[in-house]
Design a protein around this ligand. Sequence first.
Ligand code: FEO
Length: 394
Amino acid sequence: MKPREIKPGIYWVGAVDWDRRLFDALIPLPDGTSYNSYFIQGSEKTALLDTVDPTMYGVLNDHLNELGIQHLDYIISHHAEQDHSGSLLRVLERFPEAKVVCSPRCKGLLIDLLMVPEEKFITVNDKETLSLGDKTLEFIYTPWVHWPETISSYLKEDKILFSCDFFGSHLATTDLYVGDEWQALEAAKRYYAEIMMPYRTTIEKNLHKIEYYPIDMIAASHGPVYNKPEIIAKAYHSWVFDEPKNIVVIPYTSMHHSTRRMVEYLVDNLTRRGVTVQQFDLSVTDPGKLAVALVEAATVVIGTPTVLAGPHPNVVTAVFLTNALRPKLRFASIIGSYGWGGRTVEILSAMMPNLKVEMLEPVLSKGVPKEADFQALDKLAAAIAQKHKESNLK
Ligand code: FEO
């Protein structure tokens, strides 16, 4: 793909990674990703906004060649994570005159992670500006999206917000701008769920901070550019600020079908009571899909058999992630089975300190579920439906 002009003098020079399937050895990327780098030609100075993943430096280099760039004044480093900074040393090698512009915290991380020489840096404060001649960048501190050092840049004359990971999406596409809105928002929601949701309270502040800027475009560091920024702004607003919905998420594992029977019974019962349910068999589930479901759910019910006197390891992983992601859940419960004992409920309950949830009566069946267990599941379904109704969840 060639460099692409998004406004006069402003070019996308990033790389689309169609084949990457895992990030941080953890996060599935079903739709690949992109590392968006932007080049700005001002009347007096030039700036490159972020680099690309080190595996794709050649693509960035080719783009800069195509544009005939001979001189670079600034490399704006919004974020020190290597998918954006990993080619920094190579770019500095090519343009030794360039200065790296970043927050003081980012400078520290770039020295720690990449050993960028101290003399290469210019650090900037929140709201500080940098003139490129006829174009002016204003730096806006937007921390914890998802690292502490991250800043965004606002190009005043063109009203473009370069937001780095904030508003990003792991989506490989030939679309420079969002084409398929449903696809873009689904990818953005997954990205929010996996990466931003744990920092929701700081994201709230960041959203408030940028609402004073007139914005024509949001150019994040992953995924297509939003030339209708209200689409992603509205979606973020809903994910961050809205009440949870009338949704129950059930991540579960079953070894000999007892827990599965309980899950299916509960799903059926909740559905008849007008509650939307999403169930995830953890032996086959993409954890990103589970994270997306947690963005708007009001209740989580964890289903597990008992193994080695506690919850199944698949469930331990899912509960660890759920606790770490800090979704806006209100209620939780545990269902499952055991053979002769165990501490499943205590262990799982202790694993959720970040979730500000009311714990509803767990249902554990000794062996296969029997009439009394199904009655207990009826009670649990009724309690969930009632709690959702009392909370006026839609
Ligand atoms: Fe896209 Fe946090 O790096």
